[in-house]
Design a protein around this ligand. Structure first.
Ligand SMILES: [Zn+2]
Length: 414
């Protein structure tokens, strides 16, 4: 019965809306409006089009103007009502975008059917979500452009004790044409493109044992498939907007990837740089497994060397690794690479010093983000993305997760 009543109310609502949307012809002295070409467009007639709204199908009728000079037609009412070039009302598009950023598009179509009793095609959910995601991405590019010209808005508010920037990347499966000419891993053709993810969060306190506690609900994300140079500007703007300049302590955490530390040096000078402790330990484990076949021996070797790492004693760890003898050229190279890795990042591995300041030493937040922001939406089986679509959906998804989705609609209304 409740479903039947809802359907009836939708029908009644649609009838009311249709009536409200029968716009009158303009008065005789308002029949010319400016055209983009510089001439005047003239009122021709009332034209109608169907619009799917939150209460179902309605019909809008509104004045149509045509420019005799350039032959461009226009519907000023469509712009005012935010239904230009679309058959969906803003209310419906908001639903399409919301479900489209959350789950596969067909799943979203089913959710809207169940929750809002609206019949949509899967394609329409996909298209609307992508159009809105792209609009959000365009807005972000403009903001980044302004930030580049040092025209940053002043951030006001209380100073924050510690602000963290964490950066990582994860592969997104893409359609063939997106990897043409790109080198895959281990000789296989590349099927993935790296989506770079950055997050910003704050910390004001620590637990009884002195371990850092992340301030709840302070994490925001930026994400895109793009080159490091572009991504650097993106994460810089996000950090700035989150009060980076007002922070007492600034921290950048990442794994060993060179591009991350290039961004840190360029955009976040003076920040404390920390290589994720668990990645660093992983490098030791990788070497231990190549040095010894027996697990017991691997563990014994790790006990000694992980202890040096955890103590930030890189000055002894590096020579200890370099002194390992091997006649196997492949192993010798691993030994060299591992030693170089620790040597390169020595200053980023002063873990006892970081702990003394009650800072995070792991990149758990961004790794979880790789799964929740990117993985759960873009890496489901059978999914293959174009870079354009993936970037649109990721922009939309970050916007929603960051709590800024309503701002987008607010801006449109304005
Ligand atoms: Zn014109």
């Amino acid at each position: 019965m409740e479903m039947a009543v809802r359907s009836a109310m939708h029908l009644a609502g649609a009838a009311v809306l249709t009536k409200l949307l029968q716009l009158p012809a303009p008065a005789a002295d308002h029949r010319n409006i400016p055209c983009a070409c510089g001439h005047q467009a003239r009122y021709r007639e009332l034209r109608s089009k169907p619009i799917l709204t939150a209460v179902g199908n309605v019909e809008i009728s509104r004045p149509y103007y045509l420019c005799p000079h350039c032959h461009n037609g226009q519907f000023p009412a469509d712009i005012e009502l935010d239904i230009e070039n679309t058959a969906f009302s803003p209310g419906v598009r908001r639903m399409q975008a919301l479900v489209g950023q959350d789950a596969p598009f067909d799943h979203g179509r089913q959710q809207i059917k169940l929750l809002a009793d609206l019949e949509l095609t899967t394609k329409s959910v996909e298209r609307t979500a992508e159009v809105i995601g792209e609009a959000i991405a365009v807005g972000e590019r403009q903001e980044i452009q302004r930030a580049k010209q040092l025209d940053l808005p002043m951030v006001v508010g209380n100073p924050v004790p510690v602000v963290y920037v964490q950066i990582d990347a994860t592969g997104v499966p893409v359609v063939k044409k997106e990897t043409v000419g790109r080198q895959g891993k281990d000789g296989h053709p590349a099927r993935h493109r790296d989506a770079k993810l950055g997050c910003v969060f704050t910390q004001t306190t620590w637990d009884k044992e002195g371990y850092a506690i992340r301030d709840p609900d302070t994490t925001t994300y930026v994400c895109a498939i793009e080159i490091a140079e572009e991504f650097g500007k993106r994460i810089y703007l996000e950090a700035w907007q989150r009060g980076w300049s007002r922070a007492a302590i600034k921290v950048v955490i990442g794994d060993g990837a060179e591009w991350i530390w290039n961004i840190a040096d360029l955009h976040f000078p003076g920040a404390i740089q920390i290589v994720d402790l668990y990645h660093a330990r992983q490098h030791l484990w990788d070497l231990a497994r190549k040095l010894y076949l027996q697990e017991a021996e691997q563990r014994r070797w790790m006990m000694i060397h992980q202890d040096m790492l955890d103590k930030g004693d890189i000055e002894n760890l590096v020579p200890a690794i370099r002194s390992i003898d091997s006649s196997n050229p492949e192993l010798a190279e691993t030994i060299r690479n591992t030693a170089n890795y620790f040597e390169t990042h020595a200053e980023r591995m002063r873990y006892p010093e970081f702990r003394r300041q009650h800072l995070f030493v792991g990149s758990g937040v961004i790794e979880a983000g790789c799964k929740t922001v990117i993985g759960s939406r873009c890496k489901q089986s059978g999914m293959f993305w174009t870079v354009r679509a993936a970037n649109a959906i990721l922009a939309l998804r970050c916007c929603h997760i960051n709590g800024r989705f309503e701002d987008y609609w607010e801006a449109r209304r304005a």
